[in-house]
Design a protein around this ligand. Structure first.
Ligand code: PLP
Length: 480
């Protein structure tokens, strides 16, 4: 052992034991006091080093102030129920600190990245010419895709006339990406959604026709496979038909829903995705990886070269003439970690049968939550449950919309305060409701049944308070 190193090995195994105990029994949402937050914020590095034990203890305390993303009763956003195998793979990879930007300096990890990307692309049904790379997440994947779409479909003369199409439910990372690649608001069309939150394809057709008549240059349509709010999957085949007809680039944001490509029972939900020009998918969502483990895939690997291929005198020794695969030529980053190695590690250790079951569990939990909630009066479903996302709200009759919004907001807060569950609110067609995302394979059936009961108790208690306050106000109004 290196004598300058503290006993890291012992510390790490003790840490793992502590961590899993806290992850199971600790708070779902933990906030520091204002005082502690201010101490953390105003801290500066010490002149003399401290004992590693003390530093680990403080780091754990700081890290504990979070939404416990992997807690079995955290149903907020797209939770990240991480497999311990993933963080172990991440830690091992970090120790080697491989340079993932060049296949000369990181030959092993770059070969694994190519093989994983080819395998994922095949799962999505893309042709053998497909390629891509791992990126920090879907936001970067979308930026990479929009850049390539612009360079493949527009030229110096048409750039200022280029138009991109997104839907009302498209994640905001797309609009950000479109602005970064130089589009102004007049070049972005937001297409309305149908009753089930899919991009309305008739409106898309109409918008493209109108733009062509104005002499503009439609070049990109972004479809979503698993919207963040409701889990809806756009009509990929129909959108692909429209894209082909008008020579638009089709990017599919499958950040969340793309994981279904690895499910033996639900793969058909993705039909049509194989026609995409590019796909974004995050393994750090529904494939149980630590942040950041996103991918961008291109139908034609070589398309990315036009946008990104670069060289410099100082790169002579890391450019491989026989193997022109250096990742920096295919994406935005030069220095990049081997983000994919934890996924490789995870897939090797668990095997695809187990991964298939873990994804399938998300669907089972959703069905159970829907069944349990449907047994109760006064609860309404706000959007068709899709993938593993469920939107609903407590809506007894004779309560106005404003108060229903407030009641549901309070129900969410009550559950968090009691450490019963983290179920946050969202707006569906302007109305506040509760949203559950049930992708954690560590969530038990009992967790779901208990949480639905807690929701109902909390809702009735909050409703009673509202009624009492209203009655009090009415009585007071009569007083002189
Ligand atoms: C559908 C969808 N697209 C894009 C993103 C952004 O992904 P990231 O946070 O990995 O950049 C999200 C995040 O939840 C998402 O749900």
């Amino acid at each position: 052992m290196d004598p300058t190193m503290p006993n890291l090995y012992g510390e790490i195994s003790e840490f793992a034991e502590r961590y899993y105990h806290i992850a199971k029994t600790g708070p779902i949402l933990n906030h520091p006091s204002k005082k502690r937050l201010s101490t953390i914020e105003n801290n500066t590095p010490p002149k003399a080093g401290r004992l590693i034990r003390d530093v680990i203890q403080e780091a754990e305390e700081i890290l504990s102030y979070q939404l416990s993303t992997g807690h079995p009763r955290n149903f907020a956003f797209i939770p990240t129920p991480v497999s311990p195998v993933s963080w172990m793979g991440d830690a091992i990879t970090s120790a080697y600190n491989p340079f993932g930007g060049s296949s000369v300096s990181g030959a092993g990890v770059c070969a694994v990245e190519r093989s994983l990307i080819a395998w994922i692309a095949e799962r999505f049904g893309l042709p053998p010419s497909a390629g891509g790379q791992f990126v920090s997440g879907a936001s970067m994947a979308c930026l990479t895709a929009c850049t390539v779409a612009r360079d493949q479909r527009l030229n110096d003369h048409t750039r200022c006339k280029g138009v991109a199409y997104v839907s009302e439910e498209t994640h905001f990372c797309t609009r950000k990406a479109l602005h970064i690649i130089g589009l102004l608001d007049y070049q972005i069309r937001t297409i309305r959604c149908d009753a089930a939150f899919h991009m309305n394809v008739d409106h898309l057709r109409q918008a493209i026709t109108e733009d062509l008549e104005k002499g503009l240059s439609p070049f990109l349509v972004v479809a979503t496979c698993g919207t963040t709010s409701t889990g809806a999957i756009d009509h990929l085949d129909q959108i692909a038909d429209i894209a082909r007809r008008h020579k638009l680039w089709l990017h599919v944001d499958a950040a969340y829903g793309g994981s279904v490509a690895f499910s033996s029972t639900h793969r058909k939900l993705l039909n049509g995705i194989e026609r995409a020009d590019s796909i974004a998918w995050d393994a750090h969502k529904w494939l149980f990886q630590t942040f950041s483990c996103g991918t961008i895939l291109f139908r034609e690997k070589s398309h990315a070269l036009k946008s990104f291929a670069s060289t410099a005198n100082f790169c002579r020794d890391i450019e491989d003439e026989e193997d022109p695969h250096n990742p920096w030529n295919y994406g935005i980053e030069l220095t990049r970690p081997a983000r994919h190695m934890k996924l490789w590690f995870f897939l090797q250790v668990l095997g695809m049968n187990r991964v298939d079951q873990m994804i399938g569990r998300g669907f089972e939990l959703l069905d159970l939550a829907v069944r349990e909630l449907n047994k109760l009066p006064h609860w309404v479903v706000m959007a068709p449950p899709s993938l593993a996302i469920f939107n609903f709200r407590f809506a007894p009759e004779n309560v106005n919309q404003g108060n229903l919004d407030k009641i549901n907001e309070r129900v969410s807060k009550e559950l968090i305060a009691r450490n019963a569950a983290c179920i946050i609110t969202t707006r569906v067609r302007g109305v506040v409701g509760l949203r559950m995302c049930t992708i954690n394979p560590r969530t038990s059936d009992e967790d779901i049944c208990r949480v639905v009961k807690e929701l109902d108790h909390a809702a009735h208690a909050v409703y009673k308070d509202f009624r009492a306050a209203e009655t009090g106000m009415t009585k007071d109004a009569g007083k002189v």
